[in-house]
Ligand binder design. Sequence first.
Ligand code: B16
Ligand code: MG
Length: 224
Amino acid sequence: MVKAVIFDLDGVITDTAELHYQAWKNLANSISIDFDREFNEELKGISRMDSLNKILSHGGVEDQYTEQEKVGLATKKNEEYKTLLVHLNPENIYPGIKELLDSLKESKLKIGLASASKNGPAILEYLQITDYFDTIVNPDSVANGKPAPDIFLKAAEQLGVSPQECIGIEDSEAGIEAIKKADMFAVGVGTTEVMKKAGADLVLTNTKELVWSQLKEAASVKIG
Ligand code: B16
Ligand code: MG
């Protein structure tokens, strides 16, 4: 039986990818690295420091910065990102998400957040949906980021359910891989080709389609 639903944040609950894009682009351009939307796609679900390392190697300068300098660059990006986050409000919640959260609460399902973002709790506050969540995993508390299963396993542990009783919802390839490695039912929101390739059990093209009765039915084939 499904006992919990574990959400990714960026790209599933709201669109912070555009804000990450703006902040990373400014940072990259300030050190003479080109940065476009296509490259930004590769950073979805990837941690802040891993994102910076990808950007530096994209610019061919990964060996030119000390670890301390890299922390400085990541901090600079995050400071700008945080100034963009303050504009988030409940209108920025993706379609269907609030309805899904309400249905889950009514059906007494547990709700968890498994986001790679250290800004996750602040984003939930801006969106005014913190109270729906029974647990939020601190990404610093797990050894390996997505595509490793750690953050989803930690969410299940914190919720007191087994991974096999969980549905995970993700928009990134790395995230779907993480859910599958955690032995959960994976719902991918995105293009069928990409999500299927990553191993999603159910693919939806829009968050509007995240309807609890349908998720439950799809997952019951595997979870029971
Ligand atoms: P922060 P998710 C991820 O969130 C984003 O997709 C990714 O682009 C970002 O680098 C990462 O969070 C870390 O975010 O810099 O705020 O700690 O998709 O796992 O919810
Ligand atoms: Mg995401």
